[in-house]
Design a protein around this ligand. Structure first.
Ligand SMILES: Cc1cc2nc3c(=O)[nH]c(=O)nc-3n(C[C@H](O)[C@H](O)[C@H](O)COP(=O)(O)OP(=O)(O)OC[C@H]3O[C@@H](n4cnc5c(N)ncnc54)[C@H](O)[C@@H]3O)c2cc1C
Length: 451
């Protein structure tokens, strides 16, 4: 392909129709590019996956649920469609050492996290805790909560997650009102609808679902992208390809279903950057009950009931964190099983996962297990670890990962471009708005090559 024909060819292939791919596709399409978005699944959205409210009476999230803070990436498209947004509310309860009590979970977590220091050499969060704790530590409970938070919120292995990466994430959260969370009336379906509308307004953007990209054969200035579709192999030739696959698929192993074979392979510095980033693991379960059976429960030594419960934190070995739908008073509880808990639950039967979630609730709330089984109407979860197109929940930075996202996000020979939550440079990896920011950043990098 000559340089002249490349300059004239404003076509872009985007691999993945998650929110990063859709954000980039829309921005490129609005700028006049001819965009083909190739998506392996039979739906768009990737790790955003909502069962609509008309099926169950309220939206059920299988992937992302909360809007963390007030990121313009999410609020701008929502404002275009006038969607109703509600702030997450409710009292936090803790159930440590078999005792249920109202607690200020975040203050104790912050008292530990505030001791992390970016000017110190990077280390794992576990090493940081060991180094800064002492035998006479009377702050043991706060340290355990901080450990629970890092494992829970980041779905991370505390022996791998880097303190420098955590500090960057915390700074981004503070800048974006990340201590507040929101949901919209139809859950993340509202954002997906806003994007479907945006994309529909760009006739030059085509989204192909059930197109599993298997190979990208490339040279500077040109690539052939081969996708397996129900109609057979389809080939797309393009001067610019944007890759938005989840981190675990970029990490390989080559030859596995869903993993793209790059020919020639990606440069060594990209592989080194991939090695410094990790994929977190989570199983979240949504339990729908006949009634809000927990409303009248009044824990001992407490003059309040659980009726305004927002979150419940514990050291349970299966589902340590739970939350309600507050401010909406739905008969729904969501359980969160990160890291080792997810490892124990992934690949297990539906009955096994549901039973362990009910046993956990029974122990934490001190209610009869048979009553819970009778009260349960339905349960929803998705095993993201065994999903061939995600292979995990979301990414985090390991020890020594300073700058790894920048390397991963940098284009190769102005031909291969990279987006997706793991490539976000704003400290918001593992979030929807981080994924969107990465999509916009990659689209700008592509548009600059036309100048
Ligand atoms: C259980 C869970 C809970 C979460 N909760 C929250 C939350 O409350 N708030 C929040 O902000 N974030 C949350 N997240 C994270 C958030 O969902 C992700 O950060 C974000 O959706 C990632 O978007 P993405 O476009 O980078 O990746 P993805 O959504 O994974 O998109 C990548 C796309 O690439 C496709 N693909 C993969 N391989 C191929 C291939 N070979 N060919 C073609 N297509 C391919 C995939 O099918 C997918 O659609 C959660 C995630 C999980 C799993």
């Amino acid at each position: 392909m000559s340089d002249d024909s490349r300059a004239d060819d404003r076509s872009v292939v985007v691999i993945g129709a998650g929110i990063a791919g859709l954000s980039a596709g829309w921005k490129l399409g609005s700028a006049g590019c001819a965009v083909s978005v190739l998506e392996a699944r039979d739906r768009i959205g990737g790790r955003i996956w909502t069962i609509p409210r008309h099926q169950v009476g309220f939206p059920i999230e299988l992937g992302a649920e909360f809007i963390h803070g007030r990121p313009p990436e999410i609020f701008d498209p929502l404002n275009e469609t006038g969607v109703e947004v509600a702030e997450v509310e409710g009292r936090s309860w803790c159930a440590f050492e078999h005792q249920l009590r109202s607690c200020d979970f975040w203050s104790s977590v912050e008292s530990i996290l505030s001791k992390m220091d970016h000017s110190e050499p990077d280390e794992s969060f576990l090493d940081f805790l060991k180094r800064t704790g002492s035998r006479s530590d009377n702050n043991r409970e706060a340290r355990e909560r901080a450990l629970g938070y890092v494992i829970g919120f980041n779905a991370a292995d505390p022996a791998l997650v880097g303190v420098h990466w955590l500090l960057k994430e915390i700074r981004a959260e503070q800048e974006g009102e990340g201590d507040r969370s929101f949901r919209t009336a139809n859950g993340y379906l509202d954002l997906m609808d806003a994007f479907e509308r945006r994309i529909a307004a760009c006739p030059n953007v085509e989204v192909h679902t059930e197109a599993v990209v298997e190979q990208v054969r490339w040279e500077p200035g040109a690539a052939e992208v081969v996708a397996r579709t129900p109609a057979g192999a389809q080939r797309f030739t393009t001067p610019r390809t944007l890759i938005t696959q989840p981190l675990s698929l970029l990490k390989g192993p080559a030859g596995e279903y869903g993993v793209v074979d790059f020919d020639p392979s990606l440069p060594a510095e990209k592989i080194a950057a991939l090695d410094k980033l990790e994929m977190g693991k989570v199983i979240r379960i949504v339990l729908c009950f006949r009634d809000r059976f927990w409303d009248p429960i009044a824990p001992p030594d407490s003059n309040a009931t659980l009726s305004d419960m927002g979150f419940l934190f514990s050291d349970d070995e299966w589902f340590p964190t739970w939350w309600t739908s507050m401010p909406r008073k739905l008969p729904v509880l969501t359980g969160w099983a990160p890291f080792r808990c997810a490892e124990k639950l992934s690949g297990r039967s539906r009955e096994f996962v549901i039973e362990h979630s009910l046993k956990t609730l029974s122990a934490l709330l001190k209610v009869d297990l048979r009553m819970l089984r009778n009260e349960l109407q339905d349960a929803y979860f998705h095993d993201w670890q065994n999903d061939p197109f995600s292979r995990g929940a979301y990414s985090y930075g390991g020890v020594g990962s300073d700058g790894a996202q920048e390397v991963l996000a940098s284009p190769v020979a102005e031909t291969l471009f990279f987006a997706g939550e793991a490539t976000d440079l704003t400290g918001n990896n593992g979030t929807v708005h981080g994924a969107m920011a990465s999509g916009y950043r990659a689209a700008s990098q592509i548009l600059r090559t036309f100048e």
